[in-house]
Design a protein around this ligand. Sequence first.
Ligand code: NI
Length: 391
Amino acid sequence: MPVLNRINEFHDELVAWRRDLHAHPELAYEERRTAAFVAGKLRAFGVDEVHEGIGGTGVVGVVRAGGSGRSIALRADMDALPISEETGLPWASKTPGRMHACGHDGHTTMLLGAARYLAETRRFDGTVYLIFQPAEEGLAGAKAMLEDGLLDRFPFERVFGLHNWPWTEPGRFGVHGGAVMAASDEFRIRIEGRGCHAAMPHLGRDPILAGSALVQALQSLVARETDPLEALVVSVTCFNAGDAYNVIPRTAELVGTVRCFRPDLRERAEERLRVVARNVAAAFGVEADIAYRRGYPATVNDPELAAVCAEVAAEIVGEEGILRDPPPSMGAEDFAFMLEQRPGAYLWLGQGGAEEGRLLHSPFYDFNDEVLPHGVSYWARLVERLLPAGG
Ligand code: NI
């Protein structure tokens, strides 16, 4: 695998950093040790500027070379998950109930490796912003950094992300020319009925029956209102009501998620969910109180930049290592907030392990250290390609 030689030379150090981070996982916005680790390494590598405390625990390193005004940003995420690790590995989490089960330890390590290479070699012309963000897992650390003035302070023109992918073999990159990950929204529907004796249902208004009808009716948004060639998921994931066998309760609560790629579909799904919930409730003589929260937008690559990323990745793993336009994932990713602001691309870095159960967010997951040089080489070459020295 023709990874950059200089990067292969410090593969052992990359592995050591990755395992250190893995052993010390921290949850969203609590990444204090991790952020200090990152900032310390960046300073040791001699990057030009290190900024901490952006959007909470975010860190930005700045590396400059030459005199051009061009700039790009590379982004990694630093947070772990509230999962108890069961790998039994020597570098397993030392904190009960906390685990790097999504490989953000690997992402942070690869961007650190790139920082070291870029600060040392500086074979580019422009400014590289190395963004280490907090809270990718559900709490929108990318958005927090943007709201904390990320773009004002570090005015990058294009932005790139990388995520390990256990469903793709090591040594391959998945590159999408458009949508990569879905938008993710959350709904809570509180159904207000009238409680009564279970033996005299006609005296009350049963929120459980209304809720059951609603669970089914909501699937019509997918099955009967959406083009079958478009992706939409509506999942009811909690249905809470009642606590006695002989009492019809007063309320029920349904919680769930809506996933899709297209903004117009997202708008329509919310609007239709509200209409269906209100009207099903009306049909059963109960009230529906609907809270709908927009989560992450869809992660959508710029097709031209994605094509450049594919060429750069092919320099490392060969053309046969590029998986073009694999089916996108209905999972979500807060890098989407950065791609809403600036064009760029988010690639999947194959690492294998899915067949052995090392899936993202599983207690048996571990980042595959074998692919660290691929990721670092990709970052390094991407910078040299997009900010060419003497170009
Ligand atoms: Ni992740």
